[in-house]
Write a protein that binds this ligand. Structure first.
Ligand code: GLU
Length: 428
């Protein structure tokens, strides 16, 4: 997580500089794209349930909007930093470009821990965040969405505040809303499903049948849960998940050799994706240390929790059997770990390709909201499959043709599309 010596923004800037070199970007374009165009930092005073006022710090970073309105989630996390926001906003620009949707990149957040906040206090933070940004975000310039520890309910409070301020109904202001109140069917599933759609394509590329594969997953929030559901449907088996246990504030890996049962595990999971360790033990799960998920004898690793989880220290523990890493989280792999993975020739589905399903479906939601005409779930998921498959094919073809690492190939496509839009507009 942020706050350690590792700086995520410096890492993505270094990755960007490498790609700028491959693409031969001129210095003005490189200067424009290696930093966010706009950033907002502000304080949100909230009267707490005990009557005292607490001050929360909020952020919104808009990296680039040459291809369309900025788009990106709002995170609630106790260790949030402006540099993590900058890094993740930049990744959103590449993500929307790789998925080929007409949106730019942004990210926002508030330093807070919703585990320790009442629903009313969370509502006040959501409304305060929108009040601070009301004239700088909106359906035509920057569209928020759920992220780490934010939900459809948070999005609805934010929408309500935005509409109250502007005196309009503007369901296209925000995505990830509840279905029936401007949300899209399939949005909840979209990020996790998208990870598995790209995984399905990668397996086909490697000539491996999904039903002969076994996976280990880090995280058990919305992305991980839906990824596991679709992976089970295509025949795969998950033997280990790693996540947070709120009861003793520690992460563990939960292992079941014969394969986990998703619905049983969900019945002992809190709203933030934390599994209760003692209840899992009662259900026959082995409780292992946090990092054990990446040591398992599996074909596929799916990091679907937070950034900076596969590091220079633990990457050497990755089991020899692992053939594919499908990055459900944003930036789960540090630069040092990436070098180790590259040398071992593990097939990587990089974050801003693999987890683009969420923002792709957000785009569909915004289109539906603006039209006030909502599609059937099959239509949404069919369109999602098409977009994710096309994005995978484009990146994979380029990787093969130019002998590039998959992450570099994804970067080349994402960065060159954003750079081209900046040039076409006459910005550089
Ligand atoms: N927070 C998600 C992401 O990182 C979704 C963003 C969105 O839907 O705008 O891709």
């Amino acid at each position: 997580m942020p706050g350690k010596s590792y700086n995520l923004f410096e890492m993505v800037q270094t990755q960007f500089d490498h790609i700028a070199g491959i693409l031969g970007l001129d210095s003005a374009t490189a200067d424009l794209l290696r930093n966010p165009m706009r950033e907002y930092q502000f304080l949100i005073p909230v009267r707490m349930d005990d009557g005292n006022v607490r001050i929360f710090r909020g952020f919104r970073v808009q990296h680039n909007d040459a291809r369309g309105p900025c788009k990106g989630g709002v995170r609630f996390h106790p260790q949030e930093t402006i540099d993590t926001m900058r890094a993740l906003a930049m990744l959103m620009s590449w993500k929307c470009a790789v998925a080929d949707i007409p949106l730019g990149g942004s990210k926002g957040g508030v330093i807070c821990d919703p585990h320790n906040l009442s629903p009313r206090e969370q509502e006040q933070i959501c409304r305060g965040w929108v009040r601070q940004l009301a004239s700088n975000i909106g359906p035509m310039n920057d569209v928020p969405a759920p992220e780490i520890m934010t939900t459809a309910q948070h999005m609805l409070w934010m929408l309500d505040e935005y509409e109250s301020i502007h005196g309009t109904t503007s369901p296209g202001f925000i995505t990830g809303k509840p279905v029936g109140l401007g949300g899209s069917l399939g949005r909840k599933e979209a990020t996790g499903y998208g990870v598995i759609i790209t995984l399905r394509e990668a397996l086909a590329e490697l000539g491996i049948e999904p039903q002969n594969t076994v996976a280990s997953v880090q995280g058990f929030g919305n992305v991980a849960q839906n990824a596991i559901r679709l992976y089970h449907q295509i025949g795969g088996k998950v033997v280990c998940v790693s996540c947070w246990d709120q009861s003793d504030q520690t992460s563990y890996s939960f292992k079941k050799k014969d394969g986990i049962d998703l619905d049983t595990l969900l019945s002992i999971t809190d709203q933030f994706g934390g599994i209760h360790k003692d209840k899992a033990r009662d259900l026959g799960y082995e409780i292992l240390e946090a990092d054990a998920w990446l040591e398992q004898n599996v074909d596929i690793l799916i990091p679907a929790a937070l950034e900076e989880q596969i590091t220079g220290e633990n990457a050497s523990k990755i089991n020899k059997q692992v053939k594919i890493i499908a990055e459900g989280a944003n930036s789960p792999t540090t630069a040092e770990a990436d070098e180790i993975i590259k040398k071992r020739k593990i097939f990587v589905l990089p974050d801003f390709l693999a987890n683009a399903g969420g923002v792709v479906c957000s785009y569909f939601e915004q289109v539906q909201s603006n039209m006030n005409y909502y599609w059937e779930k099959d239509e949404v998921l069919g369109k999602l499959d098409l977009k994710m498959t096309s994005a995978f094919i484009a990146v994979n073809e380029l990787a093969k043709r130019r002998k590039l690492y998959m992450r570099d190939a994804a970067y080349v496509i994402g960065v060159s599309r954003v750079a081209q839009a900046c040039k076409d507009r006459g910005w550089v």
